[in-house]
Design a protein around this ligand. Sequence first.
Ligand SMILES: C[S@@+](CC[C@H](N)C(=O)[O-])C[C@H]1O[C@@H](n2cnc3c(N)ncnc32)[C@H](O)[C@@H]1O
Length: 311
Amino acid sequence: MGRLESDETDKALRSKMKAERLDRADWYYKAQPIVLSYVQVEPLLKAKKQGQQSIEISPDLALTKVTVTLTPNGVEFPNGEHLDWQSIEKISKSEVNCFILENNTIRPIQVFSEYTNRVCSLMPTKGAPSMLIAGFVMHRIKDIDPMQDTRRKIAAISPIAGRVLDTATGLGYTAIEVSKTSDEVITIELDPGAQEIARLNPWSQALFNNPKIQQVMGDAFEVVQTFEGESFSRVIHDPPTFSLAGELYAGAFYRQLYRVLKRGGRLFHYIGDPNSKASGGVTKGALRRLQEAGFARVIRKPEAYGVVAYK
Ligand SMILES: C[S@@+](CC[C@H](N)C(=O)[O-])C[C@H]1O[C@@H](n2cnc3c(N)ncnc32)[C@H](O)[C@@H]1O
């Protein structure tokens, strides 16, 4: 092959490779769209004030970083998305919403769930986001972030191994964390709206691509009745607050959780701040009903805002 020919082949190859890389980047960002909150756009506004031309920011709520270019009109992402300054101001003013950037346009990650008649949305924190359902936050966020909250719940019944039941998927953080040491996780979610929010949350992606996690859509109260007895070594029960899901705190449901748990198995039940009047009362009732359901020992786990029941 002559030099010219070889140069041309090189050029063609390089441009083919570049196109493939762009395709891959395009695919990545389509599969993983840019998601931003006030936490990620604050540095953009600062950089603009200081006249910087490029900075690193996270395109996925603090999981990874990319370098973006600042222009008089806005910000250019490496995948070609453009975010104008007006949208950046809008994101910076919202403390309760995360935004998805698609086709150069932002929209809040929020759905009205027709199934439950409730609004579900992704709520930013400095780390992993939480979910708001009907205005209630689904994780602890005061002096702790949702991921630390998740790890405390899991630590309460460690070691985690075997087959695990997670009665309320939410953003899937408990399912994702327990999947790291267990053989299989079955996780149940009632609300398709909540699942839609999880699908758009960069921190929830393992819920959809980890083969150890099996998602079941339905009411945990009914779904658990269909499981074989003594088929789980651990159960994590992290329901919404009592006023949103009272049946998940009922003796009848606790009896089902007892039935599906293996001998020697453990249940963690999140209830809420044991020092608050409301959750303190719910904790007392739950302790009694769990004992009545058959659990040999039920103890408070104030550091995880819940109780552990042993079979
Ligand atoms: C506190 S969140 C769970 C958070 C979850 N542990 C996580 O890691 O993100 C409670 C979830 O339970 C769901 N839910 C409410 N009632 C339910 C029911 N009867 N059966 C199953 N899921 C239910 C809610 O839609 C919400 O997504």
